[in-house]
Design a protein around this ligand. Structure first.
Ligand SMILES: [Fe+2]
Length: 385
């Protein structure tokens, strides 16, 4: 029988970090000995010239590639299948994802179909991805999902339900964190994805499944986001703040890859699914309310979060320290112009019963630090509306 405190840690992604890091891609690929790559991205990033920064590096190294540039937000299954068809028809043998979570998750799930027999819906069941995806290199252009290091990929099925493929076999082999690929993000995107990364870190830190390793990663992510998100969200030229945010997002991704998340994500997915509220905005609005609900379960941990966010809680009780953490999250959210309530973000109060029922279907409620009922979730939505 295993000891009750046994935990494991697994983080296989090689990271190349720094301004101009996309220039390292040919060397990385040369070591792998690959043939032709498929660059997976969306039309907006092509128009913004960001994809060119990657393909010009491939061109200058005479590396053959094709491009699939029709990724959509919350990628539907048809997009994944179209990406796979391009991968197969172009006779590719590795993937290069350029973009946010949608591009990376499209590449990862197309990769699942390339190396495993079956339809994508069959892989929403744990343990079904038996073969490793093809070599996959990710270049994130936002701070949010950290899909470059996680075993998760989210796609949208025919019923507008966001379903996940979860497997260590879909963790990308390489992540390239280049500030030039994310600097100057429009403030709403920087703010929402940055607050998503903060939510990953805080939920991971207090999850029942947290380990000393995931806690260390999460706590440093919280420090960096608290220090650099405001600058990264408001400046088109601050490469250092942008790089720190990319690192923070990846750290948080490494943390929640191990621990998973909690009530904020359980509750934010239905908000995005039913009302189209950006994932990071839904998280940011719900985060302080869920922290307030959770604080009595682990006040010392929340006080530690306050310290990581730059608050002096040395003379306070743990519960008062936890209040400081909640206040710091609310202040950061306000400073980067996140809406204060769900109704401001477009949620109809009449929809709360549906949202609450959907939230309780999430396994994230089971690892939340305070046990949670349908009534609890309903009350938190009512406070956030
Ligand atoms: Fe998230």
């Amino acid at each position: 029988m295993s000891a009750p405190n046994l935990f494991t840690y697994f983080a296989p992604t090689q990271l190349s970090v720094g301004r101009g890091a996309v220039a390292t891609i040919p060397d990385i690929l040369a070591k792998q000995g690959h043939g032709k790559g498929l660059v997976v991205t969306d039309p907006g990033l092509v128009a913004a010239g960001l994809v060119d920064r990657v393909t010009s590096v491939l061109d200058s190294a005479d590396l053959p590639y094709a491009v699939y540039d029709q990724v959509k937000e919350n990628p539907p299954i048809e997009v994944v299948e179209a990406c796979l068809n391009r991968y197969l028809s172009e006779d590719c043998d590795y993937l290069v994802a350029v973009g946010g979570g949608s591009s990376m998750d499209t590449a990862k799930t197309a990769g699942v179909l390339a190396t495993n027999e079956g339809k994508i819906g069959e892989f929403f069941v744990a343990g079904k991805v038996t073969n490793r995806i093809p070599f996959t290199l990710c270049v994130p252009t936002t701070y949010g999902t950290a899909s470059e290091v996680t075993p998760f990929a989210v796609v949208t099925d025919g019923n507008h339900f966001k379903a996940s493929v979860v497997s260590p076999n879909i963790i990308p082999q390489v992540g390239v964190l280049d500030s030039a690929m994310a600097v100057g993000l429009p403030m709403p995107i920087a703010a929402a994805t940055g607050m998503d990364a903060l939510t990953h870190a805080i939920e991971s830190y207090v999850a029942l499944t947290a380990s000393p390793l995931s806690e260390g990663l999460a706590l440093h992510a919280i420090r960096l986001i608290s220090k650099y998100l405001r600058q990264a969200a408001s400046s088109s030229t601050n490469h250092f703040a942008t790089e720190q945010m990319l690192i923070a997002s990846t750290l948080a991704g490494m943390a929640f890859s191990q621990s998973r998340l909690g009530n904020v994500h359980a509750m934010s997915h239905p908000v995005s699914g039913h009302y189209g509220v950006p994932h990071g905005v839904a998280n940011a609005v719900l985060l302080p309310r869920v922290m307030n609900y959770n604080k009595i379960a682990c006040p010392v941990k929340f006080a530690e979060i306050a310290t990581a966010m730059g608050e002096d809680v040395s003379d306070l009780s743990p519960l008062d320290g936890a209040e400081c953490a909640i206040g710091a999250v609310e202040q950061l959210s306000e400073d980067v112009c996140i809406p204060a309530t769900l109704s401001t973000a477009g949620v109809d109060p009449e929809g709360i019963p549906t949202l609450a029922a959907d939230a309780m279907k999430s396994p994230n409620t089971q690892i939340n630090p305070r046990s949670t009922t349908l009534e609890d979730v309903t009350l938190i939505y009512e406070e956030a509306i």
